[in-house]
Design a protein around this ligand. Structure first.
Ligand SMILES: Cc1ncc(COP(=O)(O)O)c(C=O)c1O
Length: 415
């Protein structure tokens, strides 16, 4: 089939063919998608991890349908669900006040700019992906602030310690990751930030409400300010910021036209009610554990040099070479396993025994397809660094000299 070139100005992240053509899906239910050729896929991408309950979740769908029919408020004015949703978020994630946004990018940008204004200093030290906004583009030299006053420390604690010596630092913002950073890393990061006396903002857009009831770093980091998004509304457009009233006072200036849009608030309300039980997180985790356990054994039995980082909640395939990564991607597509290319896989709570058994069979066949690649070199440090970089836009946790840090950064920034 020839596709008419899209006039869409953006090039959004989405499943694509190896040639970069977006895959088109016509239906989505539970753990499955159907594409425009009628092929069935098992979805491990789940809208980059934002579909946590499964596609077309009946409870969310019914609430959204009622809201769309005008049965639960209007976009024109205040909707009681604003209070229910912010109340649920505060209960789960803490903070004195909670702000609502439409995307993770908007929420993190607003949080960081608010804290910087409240603190009254110009620099923000950052690690991890925080969205598409140009303010996050790194400066030419690692450790130098960019034109927006953002200095990236790439999750390197030596670089963070160095940057914190600058008394112009207003805040540290980091995107927690539990595949490539351990509790020890967070403990040390918290120590450094506390000693410098600057607020810590946890960008939990991806991980918040996914690993458990609230923030994944509530204990590890005890962040002053948090943002969440992907765990909030089963794929609907909501993100949130929370923290102390004083630090977030500048958020009072923010309004946007779709603030009270009732279908989005309905999706958030129902998803958060479920997330507050911990059940979707537990079942997704158990399903992910079962799949990862199976996949590890199948890869080993097939003699394929692919590691799996992370756990059942979020995991990442780490192939030993770029050639194997390409072959893996093709074999997965052939078997209808929709993996988030090079990034983290996120099963939803809709992965029941039927979906998992099907996924395991497809993965066994994927391994058979990769037989010609069996027995290659094992996964090495560069492959692990590359994989981590793809997900966290930074350096995996490892003991390093400052010189080695500089060399990894030079290599990976150039890649
Ligand atoms: C940690 C983190 N922060 C911010 C964002 C940006 O969120 P959004 O894509 O909703 O704008 C993402 C998106 O993947 C993210 O993973």
């Amino acid at each position: 089939m020839t596709r008419i070139p899209s006039v869409l100005a953006e090039r959004p992240t989405c499943p694509r063919t190896p040639d970069g053509i977006p895959r088109v899906f016509t239906a989505a239910r539970g753990g499955y998608l159907t594409d425009d050729s009628g092929k069935s896929w098992i979805d491990f991408d789940n809208a980059r991890g934002s579909v946590t309950l499964g596609h077309g979740d009946p409870e969310v769908a019914a609430a959204v349908a009622r809201a769309a029919a005008g049965e639960s408020g209007s976009a024109t004015g205040w909707n009681a669900r604003v209070d229910t949703v912010t109340g649920r978020l505060r209960e789960l994630c803490g903070g004195e006040v909670v702000g609502l946004f439409r995307s993770g990018t908007a929420a993190v940008r607003a949080a960081v700019l608010a804290v910087r204004e409240s603190v009254g200093r110009p620099l923000v030290l950052s690690a991890g992906y925080h969205g598409y906004d140009p303010m996050w583009r790194p400066a030419g030299t690692p450790g130098e602030p960019n034109a927006d006053g953002i200095a990236d420390f790439y999750f390197d604690l030596g670089l963070l310690a160095e940057l914190l010596r600058d008394d112009r630092a207003a805040a540290v913002v980091l995107s927690p990751d539990h595949m490539h950073l351990s509790p020890r890393w967070y403990a040390r990061a918290r120590e450094l930030v506390s000693a410098a006396g600057v607020p810590l903002i946890a960008d939990e857009v991806k991980v918040g409400l996914r690993y458990g009831l609230g923030l994944s770093t509530a204990e590890l980091l005890a962040p002053d300010v948090w943002t969440v998004a992907k765990g909030v509304a089963n794929g609907h457009a909501v993100a949130a910021v929370g923290g102390p009233r004083e630090l977030l006072a500048p958020l009072r200036e923010i309004s946007f036209t779709s603030f009270f849009e009732p279908t989005i608030l309905a999706a958030a309300d129902r998803t958060l009610a479920r997330a507050a039980t911990g059940e979707p997180q537990r079942s997704a985790r158990a399903a992910g554990e079962r799949f990862v356990g199976h996949a590890r054994k199948a890869l080993e039995a097939a003699g394929l040099a692919v590691e799996i980082a992370g756990d059942g909640t979020l995991f990442q395939f780490v192939p030993a070479s770029r050639a194997l990564a390409r072959a893996f991607r093709q074999a997965a597509a052939d078997e209808g396993l929709l993996f988030y290319d090079g990034d983290n896989q996120a099963v939803s709570a809709a992965f029941d025994d039927t979906v998992l058994t099907d996924a395991e069979r497809r993965f066994d066949r994927l391994c058979e397809r990769l037989a010609p690649h069996a027995g290659g070199d094992p996964v090495d440090e560069p492959a692990r660094y590359r994989a981590a970089w793809n997900v966290i836009d930074g350096l995996r946790e490892a003991d390093r000299t400052p010189e080695r840090t500089r060399r990894w950064l030079a290599e990976l920034l150039d890649d």
